[in-house]
Design a protein around this ligand. Structure first.
Ligand code: PAN
Ligand code: ZN
Length: 189
């Protein structure tokens, strides 16, 4: 006879705020010091304490990192803040495997998902609670918090996507979101 059984879920999500719980949840934080070279004004960046947390990530990796066909579920929370006239944002990356896409969906706060292809063509999608965003395979992606409260989004990405941060550190994005007269505007850089 075949075995039949019930097992525990991989974790819990609080739909009110997107947070994750359970023994499989991993957490990391990115500080201002770790975002050297990401903001356009090095001088304004150096005025902020290097241990200031800019964003935190929670995720559940149900399978080992790098597993083909596997998926991760997670969320990112970006604090509100500015580096000069530029809003707090994620580092941003290409997936190492250029045929791996990703879903983002905003839970709270307001901001922009910045996308850029390998020819440096870039555009932005407004994020607000409930907005769902598809990151096409091959696009670099970064989220900017242009509001005055934490911005949180949930994400689902392939376990074998891999993260190429180096090309962003080196070349940046060709589009930035900055504050002009108290409102966010996108500029080409
Ligand atoms: C997200 C990001 C997360 C943090 O889970 O990893 O928002 O941004 P950075 O990785 O650019 O620091 C994702 O896109 N995973 O693939
Ligand atoms: Zn990604």
């Amino acid at each position: 006879m075949r075995e039949a059984f019930i097992r525990d879920s991989v974790g819990g999500v609080n739909w009110a705020d997107g947070s994750l719980s359970g023994p499989n949840v991993r957490e990391s934080a990115k500080t201002m010091g770790q975002l050297r070279g990401i903001f356009r004004s090095q001088e304004d960046w150096s005025l902020i304490a290097p241990d200031r947390v800019v964003y935190r990530v929670q995720w559940i990796p149900p399978v080992e990192d790098g597993t083909e066909g596997g998926l991760n579920w997670g969320n990112t929370t970006i604090e509100p803040g500015m580096v000069g006239d530029e809003y707090f944002m994620t580092h941003g990356h290409f997936h190492e495997k250029s045929n791996r896409g990703e879903f983002y969906a905003a839970v709270r706060g307001n901001g922009y998902l910045v996308l850029m292809d390998h020819n440096r063509k870039a555009w932005a999608e407004a994020m607000s609670p409930g907005s769902v965003h598809y990151v096409n395979a091959g696009l670099a992606h970064r989220v900017v918090n242009s509001g005055d409260e934490p911005l949180r989004f949930v994400a689902c990405w392939p376990s074998d996507a891999g993260h190429d941060y180096a090309s962003i550190t080196e070349h940046g994005f060709s589009l930035r979101v900055v504050c002009r007269d108290g409102a966010p505007v996108v500029i080409a850089t």
